[in-house]
Design a binder for this molecule. Structure first.
Ligand SMILES: C[S@@+](CC[C@H](N)C(=O)[O-])C[C@H]1O[C@@H](n2cnc3c(N)ncnc32)[C@H](O)[C@@H]1O
Length: 282
């Protein structure tokens, strides 16, 4: 029996449901992509139409749980350690020394948030660099490192900290040796590093929860806003800006830009990469 096809009306219903839940927007040309991603969920439930599956999510008693699974199946979790290396070079050689100098006479505390951290490679990379820093790795400095994502399934993987060789393809050899235990073909993050990152579930479009995220010196939100439309991107960027301290930095991917999205940041070029710095408001 051939797989059911998604009609234009069903596509619109799923598109709107996904958009309202997490800000990801599927344009009309993504109809067959969405069909392919949702089809396995239909098969698991033994449904023969997208309409039946939609009713389960919208009206069924297990709707919420199934909506989570649907979002897991349509989101892209692609990531790796030391992804976009120049940004981590800037972190190590420019941002850390700058924060140390700025906070020398005050509270020696730094707060870093990896928003949309997927399976944890991004915050663990930051944790490695912090552990290597001669100043920040020791008291009295306290560095809080938080990793959040929409997906609880992917966060469970982050918490486990078990990776393939492929996830470590950009990782310099000394870091591989120092921070991972090789078990067969797997690389297990060592406990001392695992304990440095606190993971929790957070939807960037949850305005109430976003309000509880305040006082961060640095925020990573890379390779995520590209899936959002202008409206949800603008709203999330505004919230992320509110979460940063004045002068704090937002790391986007090198292929992303805030042009036309927010005037509360200025671009700054550091160590061959572009970062966004929150403007100090009068
Ligand atoms: C491509 S990964 C990026 C991982 C990492 N930041 C990097 O650049 O390597 C995108 C992540 O964004 C998460 N995501 C998508 N929509 C989200 C939302 N509304 N709130 C929080 N996370 C979201 C997905 O679950 C996925 O893990």
């Amino acid at each position: 029996m051939s797989n059911p096809k998604i009609s234009i009306e069903e596509f619109v219903k799923f598109r709107d449901l996904i958009y309202d839940a997490c800000g990801i927007f599927f344009a009309n040309n993504k109809r067959y992509f969405l069909e392919a991603r949702i089809t396995p969920r239909l098969q698991i439930h033994g449904f023969s139409s997208f309409g039946e599956y939609y009713r389960l999510i919208a009206h069924g008693s297990r709707g919420k749980e199934e909506a989570r699974k649907l979002l897991d199946s349509i989101t892209t979790h692609e990531t790796s350690f030391f992804r976009e290396m120049p940004q981590f070079q800037a972190l190590k050689s420019e941002i850390f020394p700058k924060l140390i100098a700025e906070k020398q006479s005050g509270i020696k505390r730094i707060r870093i948030w990896s928003a949309a951290c997927s399976s944890g490679e991004e915050p663990y990379t930051t944790a490695m660099l912090l552990s290597e820093d001669p100043t920040l790795s020791k008291p009295p400095w306290q560095v809080e490192l938080i990793g959040t994502d929409l997906s609880e399934t992917i966060l469970a993987r982050a918490q486990k900290g078990i990776y393939s060789e492929y996830a470590l393809r950009n990782t310099p050899a000394p870091y591989k040796l120092k921070y991972f235990a090789k078990v067969g073909y797997e690389y297990h993050i060592k406990n001392q590093l695992r304990q440095r990152v606190q993971f929790s579930q957070l939807n960037l479009c949850d305005a109430v929860k976003m309000k509880s995220m305040r006082g961060f010196d640095l925020i990573f939100c890379r390779n995520t806003l590209i899936y959002f439309d202008f409206r949800s991107k603008t709203r999330v960027v505004e919230d992320l800006c509110n979460s940063l301290v004045p002068g704090g930095y937002l790391f986007l991917s090198m292929t992303e830009s805030l042009f036309g999205v927010s005037d509360r940041f200025r671009t700054t070029r550091l160590a061959g990469t572009v970062l966004y710095q929150k403007v100090v408001e009068p």
